[in-house]
Every structure is written in structure tokens, then in C-alpha cells.
Design a protein around this ligand. Sequence first.
Ligand code: ADP
Ligand code: MG
Length: 340
Amino acid sequence: MAGHQSVLLRLVARAALLGATCVLAGAAAAAPTPAGAWHQREAAIMGTRIAVELWSRTDAEGEAAIDAVMAEMRRVDVLMSHYKPESQLSRINAHAGEGPVRVDRELFDLIARSLDYSRLTNGAFDITYASVGYLYDYRHHVKPNEAEIEAHLAAVDWRSLELDAKNATVRFRKPGMRIDLGGFAKGYAVDRSIELLKARGIEHASVSAGGDTRILGDRFGRPWMVGIRHPDDPQRVILRIPLENIALSTSGDYERYFDENGVRYHHIIDPRTGHSASKVRSATVIGPTATQTDGLSKTAFVLGPEKALEILSRIPDVDAVFVGPDGKVYYSPGLTPPTR
Ligand code: ADP
Ligand code: MG
């Protein structure tokens, strides 16, 4: 598995070397495609755009496989959404300050996994960011003032999240704590979808939920091409990355935000300060699973290239691309920058 992935990362490096505009010309000639067809569909679920594209031998199989992915996205959304008052996540936020709240094993395991990322990143990834994060309302241009941030910042503390694995319960050890899985759940849902497609015998697919994508197989002798957009222009792709059997997540300051007095207030929060992180405009992480790359893209965004690369270098098969405030692009050592 690891060997396989390192070959893929070399593929990324080689193609990146060719530059954004001629990557496809450098790709291998397409192998003959067997009987069947590509199917694709988009839907709005989990507060974002879900996009599925896959190859299947029959139309019925293809459409049924996409139906199954969309159903899985809805299921994960119901389990983990903080918008839906009936979700288990909302129950945790409403009651875990009073005592342990029992949740489904699946949700419990995901919360437990999120703590692994908090540990790994010294708290740059922290689902309790929401203790301050909920004070922002990007759509209505609402942000907390310094005093409000100050009052809530102590509750941003993943170490005060008490998990009881035996009983699958979650408890908040500090007043005012909240959690939010917005930085993890989409990657998880994408991974679940890919597993589900594999179980149906699908061998070529791409599943995206917002900035989180996972790729299954290739496109018959060619890699899938995934673009990283320009932070200020959704139509402009600054880099195309050829990928096979891998996941990629991008976190950007242009997804949910508002600007005020020259400051951008956006949805990726530095847990140390309670403010929107501002070291980079976007951070993309490439790695084996989308749950992993989703968690790590926030980390990369919050910490910026230098510190993030130090942490990412300790994780096997993970690479990253950053777009700095001045538009400069930074790459992890595993990738070769395009020469243009
Ligand atoms: P998308 O939601 O499009 O996948 P991201 O992967 O960049 O975008 O995730 C952004 C989300 O991550 C935010 O909306 C919020 O729910 C969550 N988040 C923000 N800051 C942090 C943080 N420091 N640690 C963990 N999750 C965070
Ligand atoms: Mg994401």
C-alpha cells in the first residue's frame, strides 16, 4: 500500500514538473476503455456541493451507485450536522456540559479520531474551536469582539473533551464548550462513499464534498486531474495535479467569509487566538484518505507552510501545497514545483 502510494506521489511530482498548462500532454496515452460509460451527478448536501463521477458497465449500476453515495452523504449529515437540532452532535453541544452524553459508536469514533489530529498538530486542529467559532456568522457579517473572544477562548481546549470509549459517551469538562465536525465530517463522508463504491465493484471514481475529494483508480491510462483554484478567482486554476487512488483536501479563506475594514473574517479559526487564521490563502493536503487530508488541511492552513511542513513530514505519504498571502505557491518536498 505504502509503496503504491509513493509511486503516485512521484507521479504527482513528475507531472507538476511539467507545469500547469501541459500536464495532460505529459500523461500516458489513454488505454482502450471497456464497454460502459461515465456517470456524473452533483447535489447540495452537508451545506456544500457534492460531486460524484464514476465509470460503470451499465447505466443502472452507475446511477444506483451514485444514489448510494448521495444517501450516505445525507446519513452522515444527519449524524454530524450542528445545524440540525435533532442531530447527535447538537445533543452533545446542548448537554455534554451537564454530564456524559451517549452517542452512536460511529460518531464517538470520529470524535476520538479528531483528538488524534489535535495531538498530532499541537491543537491547530481542534473540534472545540467551535466554542468561539459559533460566535461568527459569515452570512450575516457577525463577528465576536475581543472581550467575547477572551471570554470563550478557554473553552477551546481539546484536552477538556472527556471521552469514555466503553460507554461511548462525551462530556465537556469546561463551561461553554462546543464541538463542530465541519472540518472532518466531509472527508469522512467521502471516504465512506469510496468504500461503498468499491464494495459495488466500481473501480474508477471521484467523489467530492466541498473541498474534500477522493479518487478511486485512474481514467483508463490517464490520471484524474484536480485543480487548485486561485484564491480570488474561482474560474482560474493555479495548479493542476494528476492523481490516482488518493485523497486531496483544500481549505481556503474564500469559502465562507466576509471582509470588513480590510480584514477577512473566514471559517478557519486559529484555536490559539479565536481569530480567522491568516498565514495563507489556501492549503491543500494530499494523502491516502480524505478524513486524514480534511483534518490536515485545517492544520496546514492554521500553521502556514513552515510549521505545517514540519508536522506533515512526520506522516507517511502526505504532501501539501500552500498559496501564500502574496499569491506565492509553496510545495512540500515530495512535490516538484512546475517550471514555468
Ligand atoms: P469545507 O467545509 O469546504 O470542507 P474546510 O475543510 O476548510 O472546508 O473546513 C472548514 C471547516 O472546518 C469550518 O467551517 C469549521 O467547521 C471547521 N474548522 C475551522 N477551524 C477549525 C480548526 N482549527 N480545527 C478544526 N476544525 C476547524
Ligand atoms: Mg474539508
